[in-house]
Each structure stands twice: as structure tokens, then as C-alpha cells.
Design a protein. Structure first.
Length: 301
């Protein structure tokens, strides 16, 4: 594995390149770019699970930290901006096509959770991307809208305060501990398992600090990851969801994307008995996902 940097506008995006066994830099390889969930980082499911497994199948892989987050640059920090997240993919493609050992006609994407929604959006307009797979892909705009439009008032007030010199407010994506979640009376399976994944040794990482800049949330309310998929998303598409639904809505988002996508070559696979977070790192679920991912990329890259 090699740590690398590529540009998005004026800042560096941090990424990990992985190379398959027997890698020979004089040869050409297909490459798969792997995108992490919202609030995540490249050291978690996107890199250490999906990129690693794909590398073992013979692909060069690139897992990157979103701009404004993790080890990547970009100010302000802890910003979750959909347009920038989508642009990260285009910049990642710009980077890999400069590598002599990458076959520029064999570029694929894998996006997990919110990274899947962003990956779908990027694929619509970047036809250098030849194949797209989403794993519990979620439409972040849909998710924040369902949280209630009243939040826009508070966000606007905070932007005004910051424009007048106030310090930014950092909120959290999820409760900071199981105790905090229990005190709040939250029992939804996605939140319960998110806390277990992000806030315990299971996957806790410095690049994923559970911090979100409140005043940057406005853009997400107006974002629809799957807008125009019926017209623009034409590449081969593999969607993977778990059968156990939760608050993040990846099960229904998966079927929405499947129904909308213009792709003639498309498939949706439901991993029975798997929740959203089981497909992050639990072997029984990830192994089933790869029964689809392996032949999908072999056929289409």
C-alpha cells in the first residue's frame, strides 16, 4: 500500500493506493476507486474491507478521505458538502489516469452508504467510469430532509452568527457513546450499530471523529444523489443492500436507484439477514456481497 495525494481545486485529497500480489508496474491494471460512508474515513470499511478485498482479486484500488475530512485538506474542516464530495470522484479519476500502470478504459467505483449515493451521482456525468457498485448506498439529501426542514432556520441563524464573527458550531452525526444513545432513548438498529461501529474499538479511527459543521448543512437539503439517474446513469450497475431496514434508509434508496437508473446492465442483490452495518465489516454479509462484486467487476472492467 502507498499513501498518495491528489488535488481537488487547491487542496490535497489523501488516499491509499493498494496493489495486488505480483504487481508489475510495467503492466496495465484495472482500478477501482472506493468511497467511504458519511462521517467515515479511508481506514474503515471503504479501505480496510472493500478496497483490500478487491485488491486481493487483482485490482489496483484507491480509497480516499473526503475533502474537508480525515487526512484530506480543505477548509473549513468537518464540512459535508455534496458537490465537493462528488467532485472528489472526478479528481480521483483525474489522478488514476495519470498512472502508467492503470488502464484508463477500466475504471470502476464502489461506494458505501453515503459514498454510494455520491458515487452514483458522479458516475452519471463522468463516463470515464465504466462500472459502478453501491453497498448500502444512501441518498444523503433525502436523509437530512427527513430530519425536518425546521433545521434550516437554525442553520441559517448559525451562518449569520458566523458571518458576524461567531465561532462555528460542531455537532455530531450520531451519539458519542452507547450510554448517550440510551439516555436519548434511541433504539433504531442503524443508530445502535453506528455507535457500535464508529465509537468502539470495532472500527474507531482518528480520521472519523464524529464531528459535523452545522453551518455547512444547507447544501445537503437541496441535494438528490439520484436526480437524473433515469437520463444519465447508463453504465453497468450493481446495487447491494441488506434485508434489515433502519433509519438510514439504504434499503429503499437501493431500490429507488435500481428503478431509476437508465443502465441496461443493472442488478440489485439483497443480503438476507444483514443490516446496514453488517455490510460494513461482518464476514457473513461482506462475503455475500462479494459473490456479486467479484463477477460484476470481472465482466465489466
Amino acid at each position: 500500500m502507498e499513501s498518495v495525494r491528489f488535488k481537488n481545486r487547491t487542496w490535497d485529497v489523501a488516499a491509499d493506493l493498494r496493489f495486488p500480489d505480483g504487481f508489475d508496474k510495467t503492466k496495465k491494471y484495472p482500478v477501482i476507486i472506493c468511497a467511504h460512508p458519511i462521517s467515515s474515513c479511508k481506514e474503515q470499511t471503504a479501505g480496510n474491507i472493500y478496497a483490500q478485498r478487491l485488491t486481493e482479486l487483482g485490482y489496483v484500488t484507491l480509497a480516499f478521505d473526503a475533502s474537508h475530512q480525515g487526512e484530506s485538506g480543505g477548509e473549513p474542516r468537518y464540512l459535508e458538502d455534496p458537490a465537493t464530495r462528488v467532485e472528489d470522484f472526478r479528481c480521483a479519476v483525474d489522478y488514476v489516469v495519470t498512472l502508467d500502470y492503470v488502464d484508463a478504459d477500466r475504471i470502476g467505483l464502489v461506494g458505501v452508504c453515503g459514498g454510494g449515493g455520491y458515487a452514483a451521482n458522479a458516475t452519471m456525468t463522468d463516463h470515464r467510469i465504466k462500472a459502478l457498485a453501491t453497498v448500502v448506498g444512501a441518498n444523503y439529501g433525502r436523509l437530512v430532509r427527513e430530519g425536518g426542514l425546521a433545521a434550516l432556520e437554525a442553520i441559517g441563524q448559525q451562518r449569520t452568527a458566523e458571518a458576524r464573527g461567531a465561532d462555528p458550531v460542531l455537532t455530531t452525526y450520531i451519539p458519542s457513546s452507547s450510554e448517550e444513545r440510551e439516555q436519548a432513548g434511541i433504539t433504531d438498529i442503524d443508530i445502535v450499530q453506528a455507535v457500535d461501529y464508529y465509537r468502539t474499538p470495532r472500527a474507531q479511527s482518528p480520521g472519523s471523529p464524529n464531528k459535523l459543521r452545522l453551518s455547512g448543512l444547507e447544501a445537503a437539503f437541496g441535494f438528490d444523489a439520484y436526480h437524473l439517474a433515469d437520463k444519465l446513469l447508463t453504465q453497468p450497475l450493481q446495487i447491494i443492500v441488506g434485508s434489515v431496514p433502519g433509519a438510514f434508509g439504504s434499503y429503499r434508496d437501493g431500490f429507488e436507484l435500481f428503478d431509476k437508473a437508465r443502465s441496461e446492465n443493472k442488478d440489485i442483490f439483497v443480503v438476507e439477514g444483514a443490516s446496514h452495518y453488517d455490510l460494513y465489516d461482518q464476514p457473513f454479509a461482506v462475503d455475500q456481497a462479494f459473490t456479486k462484486l467479484e463477477p460484476f467487476f470481472k465482466e465489466n472492467l
